[in-house]
Design a binder for this molecule. Sequence first.
Ligand code: F6R
Length: 241
Amino acid sequence: MNLLTFQTNEELNQIGASIIASLVQTKQNAVLGLATGSSPIGIYQELIRLNEKGYVSFKNVRSFNLDEYVGLPAGHPETYLSFMNKQLFDHIDINKENTRVPNGNAENLEQECKLYDEMLADASIDLQVLGIGHNGHIGFNEPDQNLHGGTHIVTLKEETRQANARFFDSIDEVPKQAVTMGVGSILKAKMIMLVVRGADKADIVHRALTGPITTEVPASLLQTHPNVVVLLDKEAAKYFH
Ligand code: F6R
């Protein structure tokens, strides 16, 4: 595992974006696994800049997002599809037909999960971007006695809903369920880039990467993956010294 600590957000964003950009420069039809949330936003902004400058093109890139809320109306600004359009896809030359976010409004959600897994199996992710939740979740794989390998419907933990309430008018509006890629699919990615910012994540990221491997800290499973790069800002890195 390659742990990189950055003194400034600007440097973290530049290195994070250059890891993605160099993959895409050498493999133009790369398959990216993408995350929403606040952690990757600065990296996406840097990718937009690199794309505008002509240093990298996403024309032949395919992408799969980790997760989506269940039941938010299509077009709601907090759906993860809206997030991805606003934060990245609307501003780069990616073909939107090659971007996938699970459909949280599918009539048959079980079927949607199966379909997503079939698409993932066909595509094979080259690089998966991840953030980490305060409870150690990755995607929306919440701490539990058992974890799922494939895409599934999940009931969000109260702490996750609280953490995400900042994007909604009130906690009551935060959906109670989501569709998420499973840890099996995440760990199948050829490379994983975990992005962690802020003192409030320092303890969980340290426990996940140095503590026991346990389903109660889903991110601890990343210890079993052969090719993980972790980008930490200096606040999140505080227990690694
Ligand atoms: C987002 C996702 C989540 C977030 C995590 C951290 O697609 O799957 O696991 O990465 O909740 O969120 P932020 O980055 O907002 O702290």
